[in-house]
Design a protein around this ligand. Structure first.
Ligand code: NDP
Length: 338
């Protein structure tokens, strides 16, 4: 069983050299109650970097990754052996797997792995992204935390990514005005031309983010879907309307730059009566099926465009993961295993 591990704890931006492909024997015959999967798609996600740091104090809720050992990751796979009555060879599942070729798991309430409805007709990769954690994050974060109302003005950072690309489209479906930012002109064009954002800009080309946002939101921001943190959050807060909401999803700029933590200007928060609420995707796990049904219908009706960026082979995981922190991915980054 080949798997990808970190060689050492990672500080700052990750690079391919921080990782190695290792190998361990596969137990081909599961013990009673166990199921063996051959993994078909694995996800790379920004949060995983926080688990690779030596001091991941701000992320106490997830266990740190141990150098040399397997790394949890969401994905999808096919059952190749089963000693569990509920699973048959050939069943397809999605959920929390690991960066490895084969995953052995024991189904139960604590396992975040479930069978995929093969009759849905969606590509398997969708069950890892738009109909998996990314969709749950975007839907729960936008609707439950952002609480949008028709006509409100929404700002989405890291808007061309897995979560941001969905949030912007959900905002349009809710009758909101939405502007996103991303790090290249091609991504900006995609946001406007393909995903229907009202406007978009390249944050790398804006010398002053506060005035950039002032330009795009002359009447202020009602909902800030925050993926980036740091200066981006500061700039958004300074442009928010009274009683504005921040759905605090992520702070990717801070994952690689511990010297630059977001320091929200509390004067802005108080003066503008802003609510900032953080959330985890899994806060919405009890509503997951409901979300998947709604998002699935929107995809079928052509109301949502799904953007995926797929690399091939287990050995491409390190470069695919590092690419997230350099803005080299467009939409949901996945690795397809042969
Ligand atoms: P993405 O697909 O958005 O990939 C990351 C993107 O972030 C890159 O493509 C890049 O795009 C942008 N980025 C990277 N570094 C920086 C930087 N220093 N400054 C500004 N932008 C940067 O990832 P996801 O959609 O999976 O995740 C987006 C955010 O949501 C992350 O912060 C993640 O941690 C968070 N998240 C939180 C979850 C939760 O449960 N709360 C669950 C899932 C994700 P570009 O620079 O071109 O804009």
């Amino acid at each position: 069983n080949r798997y990808v591990a970190v060689r050492h704890h990672v500080e700052g931006s990750p690079s391919e050299d921080d990782f190695e492909v290792k190998s361990a024997p596969v137990r081909w015959t599961p013990e009673s109650g166990e199921v063996l999967l051959r993994n078909l798609y694995l996800s790379v996600d920004p949060y995983q970097l926080n688990r690779m740091k030596l001091h991941n104090a701000s992320h106490r809720t997830v266990d740190p990754v141990v150098p040399g050992e397997r790394i949890d990751a969401t994905g999808a796979g096919e059952v190749v052996a089963s000693a569990c009555a509920e699973y048959e060879v050939g069943d397809v599942v999605a959920g929390l797997l690991a960066w490895e070729e084969y995953t052995l798991f024991r189904p139960g309430p604590a396992t975040l792995i479930a069978k995929v409805d093969a009759s849905s007709g969606f590509p398997l990769s969708y069950h890892v992204g738009v109909l998996g954690t990314s969709g749950m994050t975007a839907y729960g974060g936008f609707f439950e935390v952002g609480k949008p109302k028709k006509g409100e003005k929404v700002f989405v950072s890291a808007a061309s990514g897995s979560v941001g690309s969905l949030v912007g489209q959900f905002a349009k479906l809710s009758g909101c005005y939405v502007v996103g930012c991303a790090g290249t002109q091609a991504k900006v064009d995609m946001l406007k031309d393909k995903l229907g954002f009202d406007d978009a800009f390249n944050y790398r080309e804006e010398p002053d983010l506060k005035s950039a946002l002032k330009k795009y939101f002359p009447k202020g921001i009602d909902i800030n879907f925050e993926n980036v943190g740091g200066e981006m959050l500061d700039a958004a807060l300074a442009n928010m309307n009274t009683y504005g909401r921040v759905a605090a999803c992520g702070a990717i700029s801070q994952y690689t730059d511990p010297e630059r933590p977001a320091m929200p200007d509390m004067g802005e928060v108080i003066y503008r009566r802003i609510t900032i609420r953080g959330f985890f995707a899994y806060d919405f796990i009890t509503k997951f099926q409901e979300y998947v049904t709604i998002i699935g219908d929107w995809i079928r009706e052509g109301k949502i465009q799904v953007v995926e960026d797929v690399a091939d082979g287990l050995e491409s995981i390190p470069s695919a993961f590092a690419a997230l922190f350099r803005g080299k991915n467009v939409g949901k980054k996945l690795v397809r295993l042969a």
